[in-house]
Ligand binder design. Structure first.
Ligand code: PEP
Length: 255
């Protein structure tokens, strides 16, 4: 395995935070702080903020992502957004299968798989989230859970397409709780994910795949987590809403 084959990717997941004017203000703060980043920097923002966000980062090194996308292009799907809509606005990445979607909105591996394929077909890049519940970790079935999610979420995704997928390992018990996985726990599961990808797609594709850790990553713990061989970046919730903290994480990923 060779970390130099992969570029670190730091993505903010703003969740249901920031109005369009607040989004513009936050991005204006972030832009100069991350201008010399040696990693990919993404802000995944609420749908209504997308147009403003794309405009705010024009000509900078920040890319904009959405927090979900439907698998159909149009139709009777009240409340959903299509990949075509996202593309036209200038979105490049889409978070899929976040545990909050799975937990509160009935998202399943089947729908995550459909969304993943639609996002890839549109030429967008999915950040596919996987992770175990605390109960599943305590029962020692973390690997089983993760292997199942990877297999189902990527079902029928070709080897060519999977090169555009980012996997985010997000233990559900660490999201928004302030309880971070230890560096070793993060490394262990990210390495496991890479091994599962190698089984499905071969070692070369696995070695090139970006696998992020997410779950209470912040400016204090990022450097240690990101120093691990198989942790190629982070999906950041709370800390991505504070420009200085997000910029510090980007800096930690840029060394
Ligand atoms: C997330 O929303 O993906 C996340 C990891 O949140 P937090 O960093 O707040 O735990």
């Amino acid at each position: 395995m060779n970390k130099t084959l992969r570029k670190a990717v730091i993505a903010g997941n703003w969740k249901m935070n920031k109005t369009p004017s607040e989004a513009k203000a936050l991005l204006n703060e972030i832009v100069p702080l991350v201008a010399d980043a040696d990693c990919e920097v993404i802000a995944c923002v609420p749908y209504v903020d997308l147009a403003v966000a794309v405009e705010a980062v024009k000509g900078t090194n920040i890319k904009i992502g959405a927090e979900n996308a439907h698998w159909e292009q149009s139709g009777a799907f009240t409340g959903e957004i299509s990949t075509g809509m996202l593309k036209e606005v200038g979105v490049e990445y889409v978070v899929l299968g976040h545990s909050e979607r799975r937990q509160y909105f009935g998202e399943t591996d089947e729908t995550v798989n459909k969304r993943t394929k639609a996002v890839l077909k549109a030429g967008l890049k999915p950040i596919v989230c996987v992770g175990e519940l605390l109960w599943e970790r305590e029962c020692n079935i973390t690997e089983e859970v993760i292997a199942r999610q990877i297999k189902l979420d990527l079902f029928d995704v070709s080897a060519e397409d999977v090169k555009n997928v980012i996997i985010a390992y997000e233990p559900v018990w660490a999201i928004g709780t302030g309880r971070t996985a230890t560096d070793d726990q993060a490394e262990e599961v990210c390495a496991f994910i890479r091994a599962e990808i190698a089984k499905l797609y071969g070692q070369e594709i696995a070695d090139g795949m970006t696998i992020q850790y997410g779950g209470s990553m912040n400016d204090g713990n990022a450097a240690a987590l990101l120093s691990k061989e198989n942790v190629d970046g982070g999906l950041i919730g709370g800390a991505s809403l504070v420009a200085a903290k997000f910029a510090a994480i980007v800096k930690a990923a840029s060394v």
